[in-house]
Ligand binder design. Sequence first.
Ligand SMILES: Cc1ncc(COP(=O)(O)O)c(C=O)c1O
Length: 349
Amino acid sequence: MFFASDNGGAVAPEIMNAVNEANQGYASAYGADDIMARVTAKIRTQFEAPDAAVYLVPTGTAANALALATLAEPWQSIYCHKNAHIEEDECGAPEFYTGGAKLVLIDGKDAIMDPAHLQHRINNTANVGVHNVQLGPVSITSTTENGTVYSLEEIKTLTGIAKAAGQHCHLDGARFANAMVSLGCTPAEMTWKAGIDVVSFGGTKNGCMGVEAVILFDPSMAQEFELRRKRGGHLFSKHRYLSAQMDAYLTDYLWIKLAHQANDMAAYFETELSKIDETSLLHPRHANMLFASWSRGKHRALHDAGASYYFWPFDQSLIGDDSENLSARLVCNWSTTKADIDQFIASMS
Ligand SMILES: Cc1ncc(COP(=O)(O)O)c(C=O)c1O
């Protein structure tokens, strides 16, 4: 009954086997390995982007921070949702790697940026000359931090506002696959065709051991990204082990298959949870995460049965009135089974 995070899931066997297979003999270091050439080719094909520059890093934080540093000058703003991972969970890495760019926080229900508020904040940036931060890129997250997914129209509206202001757009796709499966669209439709310039394309949460790709659709940004990755300490010397993971992830669209499994389990969880009295969803479930509330008494029963998940927000407690409702985040991953969910539901009653 492990629903704390998709990071807690095991590595998919196809990925583990690929790492093992790559562990033979010698390979050129620092990304010059043959497997990386295959990764670049596969991403270019699958994203219908023959000129895209592709780089691998081991964490989502590094992907986001290095991507944003390539897009933003130190004196610029980065517009993001007020609950964005880059704002709440990266210990200031985007500010650090950009040399001090300012995150400008945008409101919006269910962690989806409100276009009117984005427009308002853009209109109010850089209107007093050198005295305030200058216009900069927009960063959106999908699957969002509330488990929702931007529709293609919503992405296009936000990128349209950014483009009209002459700015680039970044997509934090730590859960890119879960979002894309939810939309039923192609990788190109969710990215460059919708106005996204740079993507952090996640692997780790969806069955890899630790690898994310940064995809830059404008190859003129490539050299700056490469220099920032090296200078930031994120150019792996034994790079073939990153390449092997991403290569297996892309082979036969494994990434889409794994995300289907996670999303299907979350849909099943939603159905089963809705049969339990006085449970309610806090945000619509679009992909592999649910945010729901139910009584403290049931939380205590789950805790006693060994269920693992986070209160959301964290600062809630099992101590108190049993009938009071507490809210939680439940995350499914590629290896979640119906039996895990059935046991969870049974432990609530
Ligand atoms: C939306 C989002 N972006 C980025 C990350 C960062 O990933 P990492 O923990 O690998 O740095 C996470 C991880 O939880 C995330 O949820």
